[in-house]
Design a protein around this ligand. Structure first.
Ligand SMILES: Nc1ncnc2c1ncn2[C@@H]1O[C@H](COP(=O)(O)OP(=O)(O)OP(=O)(O)O)[C@@H](O)[C@H]1O
Length: 328
């Protein structure tokens, strides 16, 4: 096997530029006392300025990874940096630049959105109380809640509640925002509101990382994606890079995969891979019939041939062995 075929569970990392990363990790691992390895040697590379979708089925280790990144739990092994600073050594310096939504803040139902933010702001001893009013006003404005700021929280829609939680994370300027399932439990309208907000935040240059189990969410707002499966990061890259992986691929079923691979390479196919009884490569502009003719001409025993394109959804299913909820 000489490949990193997506059907294998080999990690695929297509981000190899170490510079300009908002988050990087190497071998980040968490084994719980139960013995369960929830996060297994994860090498994250989140480019600064990206909207990075951290995608994976429930239980794949997304929340645990986020908790590790924020220093809420200690890794069993591995290391990571946030905004170029090693964690946890520089936590005090870097965390003020990082907004997070992991377990949503507990808001008081009978207080207004503004009053709730006032309470949250007052709990932060590192900010100047004299400027609280302006800070809270700006945060409400950024999430589009200025008009509803003085309504009681209990009268807020689900989308408004989540936007208030995000406002809580934005009480001070942030370079990086890490959100665990920010649209979970929202109705379609609330989901739209939060997505629009995240897009607007990203447009101002904030790096946004959001975990999700929704493929559609990634397709709609993310520039980059990392795919988790059983605690491992099984793919990472731009959406375009992952889409390219699902470009049309010629698949040859043969008892001579190495010879078939040679023919595919000679024809100019990229990404040629072999497996027992199979060789495959990206077709690009090469017509499938030319591939078949060349194989026959080279006396490669061909017992099956297909030219097929895997969609993003199929790619993720291949990577994780699980179906994704494609709604939302
Ligand atoms: N404190 C803990 N002790 C033991 N096991 C844990 C702990 N926290 C999480 N796990 C386990 O680790 C695995 C990964 O959980 P995690 O919550 O990180 O996944 P997830 O991808 O965020 O899923 P979900 O979307 O359901 O939250 C799960 O099997 C979970 O049961």
């Amino acid at each position: 096997m000489n490949s990193t075929a997506v059907t294998d569970r080999h990690p695929i990392s297509v981000i190899d530029d170490p510079a300009g990363l908002a988050i990087s990790s190497a071998g980040l691992t968490k084994r719980f006392h139960s013995g369960q390895v929830a996060v297994n040697a994860v090498d994250l590379a989140v480019p600064a300025g990206s909207v990075y979708g951290f995608l994976g089925p429930n239980g794949s280790g997304k929340t645990t990874t986020i908790r590790l990144l924020l220093g809420l739990i200690a890794p069993t092994s591995g290391r990571h940096e946030l905004l170029g600073e090693p964690m946890p050594a520089r936590a005090a310096r870097v965390l003020p630049r990082v907004g997070a939504l992991v377990e949503g803040p507990a808001f008081h139902p009978y207080l207004s959105g503004r009053a709730n933010l006032r309470r949250l702001d007052a709990a932060d001893r590192t900010v100047d109380p004299a400027t609280a009013r302006a800070r809270i006003g700006a945060a409400l404005d950024r999430v589009g809640l200025s008009a509803a700021a003085d309504k009681r929280y209990r009268h807020y829609s689900l989308g408004m509640r989540q936007r208030l939680a995000i406002a809580g994370a934005l009480l001070r300027p942030r370079d990086l925002l890490i959100l665990d399932e920010p649209t979970n439990g929202l109705d379609p309208q609330g989901t739209r509101e939060v997505r629009t907000l995240l897009g607007a935040l990203a447009a101002t240059g904030t790096t946004v990382v959001l975990s999700t189990h929704l493929l559609s969410e990634v397709e709609q707002i993310c520039t980059h994606v990392g795919v988790m499966h059983l605690g491992s990061l099984v793919a990472q890259g731009t959406l375009a890079e992952l889409r390219a992986r699902s470009a049309p691929r010629a698949q040859v079923v043969t008892s001579a995969p190495d010879r078939a691979a040679t023919v595919l390479r000679e024809l100019g196919l990229a990404g040629v891979e072999t497996a027992p009884d199979e060789a495959s490569g990206l077709l690009g502009d090469v017509p499938p019939e030319r591939v078949v003719a060349a194989l026959v001409h080279a006396d490669v025993p061909v017992s099956g041939f297909a030219a097929r394109r895997a969609g993003l959804e199929e790619l993720f299913v291949q990577l994780t062995g699980e179906g994704f909820d494609v709604s939302g």
